[in-house]
Design a protein around this ligand. Structure first.
Ligand code: GDP
Ligand code: MG
Length: 827
């Protein structure tokens, strides 16, 4: 985030500028005026200062020990109250805070949170202090009354003790019966719980302030004091460190494992785990901790934490070789078009004719892309059909396609997916080249199809446009050479270039895990040269190129711009559309990958927690309506695109919950998932198998088949709209002017009115307006015309109005009559 001025920051924090300046000053951050810029470091310094500062009051009251860590998971302080009854009373204040984040990106937001947190804590402390004062006051009163009350009090005390004893016995009896009945070991704590609850209020007033649900795990803690194991009054432990501990500055990356963190602080892993446990974090030695937790535990152990800047790692990753000249590169082509128009046949023909030629017995494997060598140059085809794949890659910022070949069957013409393909290509600003396929067929009508395409704005050169049309047959191969020539021509016009030297960068086209080979990724090199042995970073994955293969399954040693290769050696399969980079070392690649994983996880957690919190809080109020869906699609790209688009339809009131999402045909288990979660199934280019069809029929699951994403989105949007609670709107139906006001013994105040507009109905709600300001809203007591009660009075008519529960209507006021109308809403 860029630096902001003090006044902007103050604005974001919602504190007055001068207060912020003062706080900055206290934090030792030098600023000369409100227009001074403050850096992110300064902000986090201020934040930690504020956190330190707020902790002080409670420490002063509670402990004299040098407790410095503030805003941790739990703050426990005890306030001792000298009592008159010989027994000291201790009010323990336990404040649990949620973790606070210091992520740079949301710093202002968090600073505000911290402020709120501080305010809240102060409130809690105030409440505690008030409680203590109250207690003391009460004590003092008691003291005064003590002598005369002593007798009575004693007998009362006795009675109370008896009652208490009784209660306890009863509770124990009950618990025992319970235990006898169920004979389960779990009943033991339950008994103690009962015991504690029943007796607590009599013996020891506990002020237990908790902001955290998990507090129930600690319930038994305060009992200890009662049982006489009470801690020293100042709250310090009996054991003290014999020597001054070494204070370390510990740098903390975005994620760090418990073991790594322990090593950095030079403590035993087990000790760290114990500390974490005390903070309420259960962790194993190899568990990665997020930065915030790590910071807290480092501070807990008395060291200072220094977070490494979140994006520092990402800097300097661009590895393009300096000083290298960009050279022409082959075009990268994607084939799109309506189903059955011959995309696969065309790709296959080109591959058979051009790729496999001369490869003796070479088994061509599907690697998601291939390149062909023609006498005039190389062309790379991306063989991940489906517009969704194209678009989802683009959505990730990976534009790999230079030219779209739009396959249109000459015997069929422009169809829905043809139009979709045109839209996708246009959106990506990629030139289209039309392949009029199936011209070998006698029923082919290339001219009619041309005309249809013109209607879509795809205009051939002979019609005065700039789109190249090539008639082809994927069956006979007619026109295929011309198509390839046209592609190279188009590429020349586009002047495609790339730097061919230096470390490679590119895009992941496809990835999977293969038996015996591990993670396999097909990547397209966009610049530089990828070599065997290169350390690489691909999205969140890292590794070293163990082996590379071309589209024929032959091992290759290097790949330059626009050349697709299959890469072995990544830690896990990256996502299609991820960027890959060659990094100077595998260690660095690993570090960045782990950082990205951490970041990704944080993002995921953050979005999920807010979502779930929102949903839960609203569900409690019964406000959120959920539309659960199961998504099945032909390729991962479509599934992801659908998941994203559908989830994005959610509002505060209605939400799409994707309970399942996957690739491939619909199976019985998908149906069962849908049944279990009362979900509808959104099937994109996939069909149900036999067992699934039977299950669908038996269970009456709502399943819809789509081949166009937008239609799926529209349907789900409709479903959501249907769940929107209808909106109730006020509609003003009439207005009456108050002429004069009478007082009747029978009706109280009666306003003599003239209905100026619309009508006034006896049973409609009304508002009283004075100078066009609403001063009262309610109902009518009576509506009369002359001496008769009436139900409605229309415009231009005089009437007497008595307003229910309101006696201050004056001449000159207006009475507005309205109706509540129910309006159905749409998203
Ligand atoms: P895709 O769905 O676009 O991939 O279309 P396919 O490549 O699967 O082709 C659909 C059908 O059209 C198959 O039966 C092909 O054999 C047939 N087909 C494809 N191209 C041609 C062609 O040029 N001529 C003829 N006669 N049939 C073709
Ligand atoms: Mg196909």
């Amino acid at each position: 985030m860029s630096d902001v001025t003090v006044s902007q920051f103050a604005d974001a924090l919602k504190v007055p500028v001068d207060k912020l300046m003062k706080q900055l000053d206290e934090a030792g951050i030098r600023v000369s005026g409100a227009d001074d810029r403050i850096s992110d470091e300064a902000k986090s310094e201020l934040l930690s200062h504020l956190r330190r500062a707020h902790g002080r009051p409670s420490e002063e009251v509670a402990t004299s020990g040098p407790r410095k860590i503030t805003l941790k998971r739990k703050t426990q302080s005890e306030i001792k109250v000298s009592a008159s009854l010989g027994r000291a009373r201790t009010v323990s204040v336990e404040v649990r805070t949620k973790r606070t984040y210091i992520n740079r990106g949301v710093l202002e937001e968090q600073a505000r949170h911290a402020q709120e947190e501080i305010d809240r804590l102060k409130e809690v402390e105030d409440a505690a202090r008030r409680a203590v004062e109250e207690e003391q006051r009460r004590k003092a009163d008691e003291e005064a009354r003590r002598t005369e009350d002593e007798k009575r009090r004693r007998s009362e005390e006795d009675a109370r003790r008896v009652a208490d004893e009784d209660l306890r016995r009863q509770a124990e009896q009950r618990a025992r019966e319970e235990a006898d009945r169920s004979r389960k070991t779990a009943d033991k704590p339950a008994r103690i719980e009962v015991d504690a609850r029943e007796t607590k209020s009599y013996h020891r007033p506990e002020l237990h302030v908790s902001t955290d649900m998990t507090s129930r795990y600690k319930k038994k803690k305060p009992l200890r004091g009662r049982r006489g194991v009470s801690a020293p009054a100042d709250g310090r432990h009996a054991f003290e460190m014999p020597t001054q501990p070494v204070k370390r500055e510990v740098s903390i990356p975005e994620t760090i494992t418990v073991a790594e963190l322990a090593q950095k602080m030079a403590v035993k892993g087990s000790e760290l785990i114990k500390t974490l446990m005390n903070m309420g974090v259960m962790a194993t030695i190899n568990q990665p901790l997020d930065q915030d937790t790590a910071v807290l535990v480092v501070e807990e152990l008395g060291h200072t934490a220094k977070t490494t800047r979140a994006d520092a790692l990402e800097e300097g990753l661009q590895t393009a070789a300096a000083g290298s000249e960009a050279a022409p590169r082959p075009p990268v082509v994607t084939i799109m078009g309506h189903v059955d128009h011959g995309k696969t046949s065309l790709l296959d023909f080109i591959r058979r004719a051009k790729v496999a030629a001369g490869e003796a017995g070479g088994i061509t494997q599907h690697i998601g892309a291939y390149h062909v060598t023609t006498p005039r140059g190389i062309i790379t085809f991306i063989d991940t059909p489906g517009h969704a794949a194209f678009t989802s890659m683009r959505a990730r910022g990976a534009q790999v396609t230079d030219i779209v070949v739009l396959v249109v069957a000459a015997d069929d013409g422009v169809m829905p997916q043809t139009i979709e393909a045109i839209q996708h290509a246009r959106a990506a600003e990629v030139p289209i080249l039309v392949a009029l396929n199936k011209i070998d067929k006698p029923e082919a009508e290339p001219d009619r199809v041309k005309a249809e395409l013109v209607q879509q704005g795809v205009i051939p050169e002979d019609y005065g446009g700039d789109t190249i049309f090539v008639p082809v047959s994927a069956r006979t191969g007619a026109g295929v050479d011309q198509l390839l020539e046209a592609l190279l021509l188009q590429a020349e016009v586009l002047e495609l270039t790339a730097v061919g030297d230096g470390p490679a960068a590119g895009v992941v086209l496809e990835s999977s895990i293969e038996k015996g080979r591990g993670a396999v990724a097909t990547v397209l090199v966009k610049s530089g040269t990828l070599k065997s042995g290169d350390p690489i970073l691909a999205g969140q994955e890292f590794g070293r190129v163990r082996a590379m293969f071309d589209e024929n399954g032959g091992a290759v040693e290097s790949a330059g711009p626009s050349i697709p290769v299959q890469v072995l050696g990544l830690s896990n399969p990256p996502n299609a559309g991820d960027e890959f980079l060659v990094i100077e070392s595998e260690r660095k690649a690993r570090e960045v990958a782990l950082y990205r994983q951490g970041k990704y996880r944080d993002v995921k957690l953050a979005t999920r927690t807010t979502k779930i919190e929102d949903v839960f809080s609203q569900m409690e109020e019964g406000r959120v309506q959920i539309v659960p869906v199961v998504i099945k699609a032909d390729v991962q790209g479509s599934a992801e695109a659908l998941r994203e688009s559908l989830t994005r339809l959610s509002t505060g009131e209605v939400a799409v919950k994707v309970v399942g999402s996957g690739v491939g045909g619909i199976t019985e288990s998908d149906v069962m998932l849908a049944v279990a979660s009362k979900a509808r199934i959104v099937a994109f280019n996939v069909r149900a198998d036999g067992a699934a069809r039977a299950a669908l029929k038996d269970n009456g699951v709502d399943i819809r088949y789509y081949s166009i994403i937008y239609e799926a989105i529209d349907d789900v949007r409709d479903a959501l709209s249907g769940m929107l609670a209808p909106e109730v709107r006020d509609q003003i139906v009439g207005l009456a002017q108050v002429r004069e006001v009478f007082h009747s013994s029978k009706f109280g105040q009666v306003a003599g009115c003239l209905v100026a507009e619309g009508y006034v109905r006896r049973n409609n709600p009304i508002r009283v307006l004075r100078d066009n300001v609403v001063i009262f809203e309610g109902a009518l007591e009576s509506l009369r015309r002359f001496k008769d009660d009436v139900n409605e009075v229309r415009a231009g008519t005089e009437c007497g109005i008595a307003v229910k529960d309101y006696n201050d209507v004056r001449a000159g006021d207006q009475i507005e009559c309205f109706e509540r109308v129910v309006v159905t809403r749409t998203l």
